[in-house]
Each structure stands twice: as structure tokens, then as C-alpha cells.
Design a protein around this ligand. Structure first.
Ligand SMILES: Cc1ncc(COP(=O)(O)O)c(C=O)c1O
Length: 401
């Protein structure tokens, strides 16, 4: 079956966050929404079918996840990530961010230090700071349009008594699919200092040709024993609204503590539609995902070529995975506030503000590539036009003065 990613599907009237929150975040509701990380493609038919089939039964009471749900996920890990996890390691989370928050609660105390690697997905900061833990930053270093981990800095910060590291793998917003050698070095530092690694692998399935995702616990026994890894069908199959994610916890003591917190908050039931939708996604989703990645690669190539031709001062960092592109506007407008004015006020597009990712994010904006190509083209056209008319652009370059 050939799937259609070109049709523009209006989301008005569905309370979609990327539309409803425009006014709140950007002060303007009339923007092309290229921000929040969900896709403007239809959730695959086999996921919708499974949900419809369940809705045929007239009782939607408390319900457990089936053995088929768990086996589907284990099968997916084996097929797509060539890794065999064990059934008893798998736990539920109502979302990846709720899972991160729960892990911070369960395994650190107020005042404890938690490491993050900015620029990174903004809720990483919130789950630490809003729960009274202390954020320790191990900033990523920029080199040749790619982020790199700074292991010397990590070693120093870990030695300051940090308890936990929140790892974003693949990386949002930089699009890194971390290589095994990078993850192994990270694991060695964390093991040396007794840190628990909480790996957010929500983008694990969205990897471009030539790259391969390495699940953190697949690095080896030592890494597996000091980690909690979160994965989900939400990004891969565009079903974030189902609120269904999975935790992989090989260490029995860590698992028991996680269970206690999940159960105390009564979050373990999840929801019926998330359970059946996830099972269908992992059982049937391979061919759909292959076609999605082809389309996303086409969008990425298109965006890169368009910007190179029409706005060469804007540098697109080619992601190795995720459907997010990190756009470097620093040659156009290095000031984050003025860049926002340019993108919102002039271009009339909503992109995620680079400053919200902290670290060296100022002067960047995050573009969501997961749109029908015609929408992406319109967004890029608006950006190129605004950039061409931006006063900084019309300033003489140093060589001309
Ligand atoms: C790195 C990362 N983690 C987590 C999430 C959200 O996960 P959830 O909706 O399951 O909390 C996102 C969404 O953009 C993300 O990019």
C-alpha cells in the first residue's frame, strides 16, 4: 500500500495545540504553524482501525494492557533496532515527559543535582527545576553544523555530586543520532560517578538513511543496569494524543521504585485507545514508517535546497534523525528577540524559539519538517522573503566596507 503524505488535512476544530496555542506563545493567531512536534500527516489507518474496533464495544471501563501489547513492542525493538529486550523490563508511562518527571521524583531528592545537555527539548529543564532539583548544564559543543558532547565538562560536573543525567537520544533540536562510541563514553563517565541515566528516546524510530539509533541499555550490561529508557509510538506514528509511552528498566530495584511512584500516582492504567493503537502501530507499522521516512527525507532535501538557493545566510543543520530541522539564523539576526520579531512579525511563521532550548540556542529556530510539502514550501518562501528584506541583510558585509 502506498500512503499519502501530500494531502493537506485541516486541523481547525480539533483543539490542536499547534493551532490553539499560537496566540499564547507568539501573540498572533494568524501564523503558519511549523512548531509543535507532531505531524500534519494522518495517523496511520491501522492505528485508527484498532481504535475504532475497540470503540465498537460499549464499555470503556478500567482495562489492562494485553500481553499482545508488550510482545508488539518487544518485536518492534527487535525488528527496527536489532535489540532484544526482556518482557519484565517493560513498564508503562502516560507520556515521555511524565516519565522523566516521575524518574526525577523517584530517584532524586529536592536539592539534588541533575545534568542536562543544552540546547535541548525545553521540558527537560522544567522536570528538574519545577520539582526543586538543581539543574547542572553540560552544554553541547558546536562543530561543523553538528553538536558534540563535551566529556571533560561532563566529568567535572558529574564529580560535583550529580545524581542523574537526562539524555536526549536522538537529540532534539540538533537532530543527532548519537553514535555508539559517543554513548559509550557518556556511559563510562556516568558509571564512574554513579549517575542514573534517564534516556528520552522518543525519536528513536525517526532516523535517516546512513544512521542507526542505539538504545541506551543495548550498550551493555553496565549501561542497562544504571538506566531508564523511554520510547513511544507518539512521534513515530503521530499519535501523541493517545498518551501512551513505554519505559525500559532492566534493573529490578530501579524498576520497583519506578513502579511504586507510577502506582502511587495511579498513572499505571493508561487509556484503552492508547493501548490498542500502540499495539497495532508496533505490529503493523514497518512499511508505513519506511514510507514516512522517504517522504521526510524528501522534505529535508527540499528545505535544504530551497534555503541554499533563496536564503543562503540561513544554515540548516541537516538532522541525522527526528523530523526537526535546526535553523541557524545567526548571520541574519543573532539577537533572539529580534529574530522572533522577524519570523513572527514579518514572515508570519511559528517556529520554536531557539532561546527556549537554552545553551547556545539564541539565533536559532526549530522548524518542523513533518508537513505536506506544499505547506513546508510556503513556510520556507515566507522565511526567505522576510530574510531578504531584513535590515541586517542589507548592511554591507565587512569586506565591502
Ligand atoms: C525529546 C522529546 N521528548 C519528549 C517529547 C514529548 O513526549 P510526550 O508527549 O510523550 O511527553 C518530545 C516532543 O516533542 C520530544 O521532542
Amino acid at each position: 500500500m502506498t500512503y499519502d503524505f501530500d494531502t493537506i488535512i485541516p486541523r481547525e476544530g480539533t483543539q490542536a495545540v499547534k493551532l490553539e496555542m499560537l496566540g499564547t506563545y507568539f501573540g498572533d493567531k494568524d501564523l503558519l504553524p511549523l512548531w509543535v512536534a507532531d505531524m500534519d500527516f494522518a495517523t496511520p489507518d491501522f492505528v485508527l482501525e484498532a481504535i475504532r474496533a475497540r470503540a465498537e464495544h460499549p464499555i470503556l471501563g478500567y482495562t489492562l494492557r494485553s500481553e499482545g501489547f508488550h510482545q508488539a513492542f518487544l518485536g518492534w525493538l527487535e525488528q527496527r533496532h536489532q535489540w532484544r529486550a526482556e518482557r519484565e523490563w517493560i513498564r508503562f508511562s502516560p507520556g515521555v515527559v511524565p516519565g522523566l518527571a516521575l524518574a526525577v521524583q523517584a530517584f532524586t531528592q529536592p536539592g539534588d543535582k541533575v545534568l542536562v545537555q543544552p540546547p535541548v527539548y525545553p521540558p527537560f529543564f522544567g522536570v528538574v527545576e519545577n520539582q526543586g532539583r538543581q539543574l547542572l548544564e553540560n552544554p553541547l559543543r558546536e562543530e561543523g553544523g553538528r553538536y558534540h558532547m563535551d566529556f571533560d565538562d561532563l566529568e567535572r560536573k558529574a564529580a560535583q555530586g550529580a545524581k542523574m543525567l537526562l539524555l536526549c537520544s536522538p537529540q532534539n533540536p540538533g537532530g543527532n543520532v548519537w553514535r555508539p562510541d559517543e554513548l559509550e563514553r557518556l556511559a563510562q563517565v556516568c558509571q564512574r560517578h554513579g549517575l542514573l541515566v534517564v534516556a528520552d528516546e522518543v525519536h528513536a524510530d525517526l532516523v535517516f538513511p546512513g544512521f542507526r539509533h542505539t538504545p541506551y541499555p543495548s550498550l551493555g550490561e553496565a549501561a542497562a543496569q544504571h538506566s531508564i529508557t523511554f520510547m513511544a509510538p507518539s512521534k513515530t506514528f503521530n499519535c501523541a494524543g493517545l498518551g501512551t509511552s513505554l519505559a525500559i528498566i532492566p534493573n529490578p530495584e530501579i524498576r520497583a521504585a519506578y513502579d511504586k511512584h507510577l502506582h502511587n500516582a495511579h498513572l499505571h492504567f493508561g487509556n484503552i485507545f492508547g493501548s490498542v493503537g500502540t499495539q497495532a502501530a508496533y505490529e503493523q507499522g514497518g512499511p508505513w514508517l519506511d514510507q514516512l521516512m522517504d517522504y521526510l527525507l524528501g522534505n529535508l532535501d527540499f528545505a535544504e535546497a530551497f534555503l541554499a538557493e533563496h536564503a543562503p545566510q540561513v544554515k540548516l543543520w541537516r538532522p541525522e534523525g527526528t523530523y526537526l530541522a535546526w535553523l541557524d539564523f545567526r548571520q541574519v539576526e543573532p539577537d533572539g528577540k529580534r529574530l522572533k520579531e522577524l519570523l513572527v512579525g514579518r514572515a508570519k511563521v511559528a517556529l520554536n524559539d531557539g532561546r527556549s532550548f537554552r545553551g547556545t540556542g539564541e539565533g536559532f529556530a526549530r522548524l518542523n519538517l513533518a508537513h505536506p510539502r506544499a505547506i513546508l514550501a510556503e513556510g520556507l518562501r515566507r522565511i526567505a522573503e522576510a530574510v531578504a528584506n531584513h535590515p541586517l541583510e542589507n548592511r554591507p558585509s565587512p569586506t565591502q566596507t
